[in-house]
Design a protein around this ligand. Structure first.
Ligand code: NAD
Length: 457
């Protein structure tokens, strides 16, 4: 079913309406943008109970955790934008070369127009609204297409967003609605989701030459060196995998641990998992994902240290650790996106780096070591969307850092100023006066003029 912010509107009408708002120049002034960001902030604070309840209904994450992982970071994103927006909008002067003198040159950031944000189910509020923060800051109108796998959140956003924010619409639906939206020939598509759907989105957008940002996933490794604090490493890796049951794009997907500390690391891991989960199984979003995860565990080989298959009736799964799975097992090939942690023994940092480099470039990479030389080598050799050293996932929380993938884990980025830039065009401007006209520029290039020009070349 398709519903939009203005329930009676079809998708073409919704886009047409937003285009009219944009074309009227409504969204350009700083004051309008600030007002929408403040509206988003009020939505997130006044409606916190309703939003947390909706997240809990869709993901069984618990209201406190829903607020902690979805709502709090989104408010932080709004606050950062409100604080810096004036500075971001300021034109940036650049030097003017002699041939373009007398003149002034600057970069002026202009909004793109009507943009589409397509979001996944795993952080259904944050991944819908954080890109929207960037788009509104940039002065765009936004159509949001939230995930059909988080239907309660999608319905709440469709109902509430228009009450708090202008220049936006929510289209509830799945693949068909997404494709219909892209076919409206929008000014940007910002997609968060799987690499498989990312390909479909990019192909469809290319028909209209609509630029895309793809925030995808993949296998994010965590490397544990013999120079790591093993207890801390185990706890922080387990934290990354327990959070939202491992259904996080930057969760540590698997561990590469140095041979000499493997057994000790596994011992610590077992203890901290018990501490963090109390031995209780973790919620899984759907039967399809429960079946997929059970299959990954069944075909993994290696030694199962704890855990086991998912319970498809209860939609839960115990935290599962598999030591040294088969090299060609599916669990080592596809993104796990659940509470299953393969731990693979390696000979040292260079072996770990070689293994990471042999796959697609990850969205995140983690290294646990106290050795500065190892840290530098890792940063130098491993290409990844982002890196946290000696913890997992926290680079996401730093507003000054871009968030996005590289290669197969995505293209483009956002958060803070980076998001503002993604959703705006860097217009190049040179302004000249008319009182003085540089004769050097014009043909015929002969005589003295030619000699001067030749000297300049
Ligand atoms: P998904 O790709 O299945 O769905 C994402 C969105 O695409 C949804 O809104 C969905 O309705 C739409 N969609 C699905 N199939 C479509 C089709 N055939 N045509 C057009 N649109 C379609 O992803 P998901 O299961 O919701 O999320 C999990 C994936 O997202 C994982 O791979 C994860 O790593 C990734 N992810 C990435 C980030 C990031 O910030 N990089 C964040 C969260 C999740």
């Amino acid at each position: 079913m398709t519903t939009t912010a203005s329930a009676a509107r079809t998708i073409p009408q919704t886009v047409e309406h937003l285009r009219a708002v944009f074309d009227a120049g409504t969204t350009r002034p700083l004051i309008w943008r600030r007002r929408q960001l403040e509206g988003l902030r009020r939505l997130l604070t006044e409606q916190r109970p309703a939003l947390a309840e909706a997240i809990d209904a869709d993901l069984r994450r618990g209201r406190f955790e829903a607020a902690l992982f979805d709502l709090v970071p989104t408010v932080a994103e709004v606050d950062h934008a409100l604080k810096h927006l004036r500075g971001w909008m300021r034109p940036q002067r650049v030097p003017t070369p002699l041939l373009a003198e007398p003149g002034r040159s600057w970069v002026q950031r202009e909004p793109l127009g009507v943009v589409l944000v397509i979001s996944p189910w795993n952080y259904p509020v944050h991944l819908a609204l954080a890109p929207m923060v960037a788009a509104l800051a940039a002065g765009d109108c936004v159509v949001l297409k939230p995930s059909e796998l988080a239907p309660t959140v999608s319905a709440v956003l469709a109902r509430l967003l228009p009450e708090y924010v202008e220049g936006t619409a929510v289209v509830v639906g799945a693949a068909d609605e997404t494709m219909q939206l892209i076919d409206q020939g929008l000014d940007h598509v910002f997609f968060t989701g799987s690499p498989a759907v990312g390909r479909i989105i990019m192909r469809a957008a290319s028909e209209h030459l609509t630029p895309v940002t793809l925030e995808l996933g993949g296998k994010s490794p965590a490397v544990v060196s013999r120079s790591a604090n093993l207890r801390v490493a185990a706890k922080r890796i387990a934290f990354g995998k327990v959070t939202n049951s491992g259904q996080t794009c930057i969760a540590p997907d698997y561990v590469l641990v140095e041979r000499s500390v493997r057994d000790e690391f596994l011992r610590h891991l077992d203890e901290v998992v018990e501490q963090l989960t109390g031995g209780a199984p973790l919620p899984i979003v759907s039967e399809r994902h429960a079946d997929r995860l059970s299959k990954l565990v069944a075909s993994a080989g290696g030694e199962r240290m704890r855990g086991g298959p998912a319970d498809r009736n209860a939609l839960t799964m115990p935290f599962t650790v598999i030591a040294d799975p088969l090299e060609d097992a599916d669990v080592m090939a596809e993104e796990i996106f659940g509470p299953v942690l393969p731990v693979v023994t390696v000979d040292g940092l260079d072996d770990a780096i070689a293994r990471i480099r042999s796959g697609g470039r990850p969205l995140a990479a983690y290294l646990f070591t106290r050795d500065g030389r190892e840290q530098r080598r890792f940063l130098d050799r491993v290409s990844a969307g982002g890196v946290t050293i000696n913890h997992t996932m926290l680079h996401l929380q730093v507003p000054g850092l871009p968030f996005g993938g590289v290669g197969t884990s995505g293209t483009g980025n956002y958060h803070g100023r980076w998001g503002f830039e993604t959703f705006s065009h860097a217009k190049a401007v040179l302004r000249q006066g008319t009182r003085f006209d540089l004769p050097l520029l014009y043909p015929p290039y002969v005589g003295r003029r030619r000699r001067v020009l030749e000297r300049m070349l």
